[in-house]
Design a protein around this ligand. Structure first.
Ligand code: SF4
Ligand code: SF4
Length: 241
């Protein structure tokens, strides 16, 4: 794939275009005003709720880091294939355990300050540092490998995924979760365009189930494959029963 072809292969809603502004607000302003980190609390509450009903929708439509990687790093990235280690379950599990362990340890340490003046600053600073580190690591991977490398094992994405699995187990998200759906298999050209433009390296035309839907939970519901399919046979639709 030619580099310039790659550069146009992202689609942006206004939210995807601008949500990256949340990063300097938290990860930079927060270095001087740590309470900015507390803005992440509503985000951490919203993530599992959205994940429960819509899988990794956040990653493809709202996430400030996704917006940063797609908008600013994508045009200059090496844009290699996302490596197998980044997609492996073990990486995802280890990253999640490490994040939760460190986060819980730091929050517990700060609870000793509950009721004192520095409590909110110290708590906010935990979030600021987390966001700052994700920005550094994610940007490094985005530039040298692929813009969405981090997204394959991001602990926040795993958080959504766990909530999504619970929603599936309880059969509570059948009507709210829209997945990639093919309208007519016979019309597929097998051109592989949907796979080439997928930011997280999925291959919709090869992975579609007999029900005509993409069940891969790594899909971030970004609609890029929908827009770029030359015969318009892909769409996001709720689960077929
Ligand atoms: S399969 Fe389509 S909707 Fe899902 S992540 Fe890939 S491009 Fe986006
Ligand atoms: S882009 Fe459309 S036509 Fe091409 S392989 Fe994918 S689903 Fe088939």
């Amino acid at each position: 794939m030619k580099r310039n072809e790659y550069i146009i292969n992202r689609i942006f809603t206004p939210l995807r275009n601008w949500s990256w502004l949340f990063i300097p607000l938290v990860a930079l302003v927060g270095l001087w005003y740590p309470k900015m980190g507390l803005l992440m609390i509503p985000m951490m509450i919203a993530l599992p709720i959205l994940g429960f009903f819509k899988g990794k929708f956040w990653c493809g439509n709202i996430c400030p880091h996704g917006s940063l990687f797609d908008r600013f790093i994508y045009p200059i990235s090496f844009n290699k294939k996302i490596p197998a280690w980044a997609k492996a379950k073990i990486t995802l599990v280890l990253a999640f355990i490490f994040f939760m362990f460190m986060f819980t340890k730091r929050v517990l340490a700060v609870t000793a300050l509950w009721g004192t003046t520095p409590f909110l600053d110290k708590l906010g600073f935990i979030f600021v540092m987390n966001y700052f580190m994700v920005t550094i690591i994610g940007t490094f991977l985005a530039f040298f490998i692929n813009p969405r490398t981090w997204c394959r094992f991001c602990p926040m994405a795993t958080f959504q995924l766990l909530a999504y699995k619970l929603g599936k187990f309880l059969k509570a998200n059948k009507k709210t979760d829209a997945v990639i759906t093919i309208s007519n298999n016979q019309e597929c050209l097998n051109c592989g365009k949907c796979a080439k433009v997928c930011p997280v390296d999925l291959s919709p035309y090869q992975e579609i189930s007999t029900k005509g839907q993409l069940e891969n939970e790594a899909c971030i519901r970004c609609s890029t494959c929908v827009v770029y399919c030359p015969v318009n046979i892909l769409s996001l639709k709720c689960h077929q029963t």
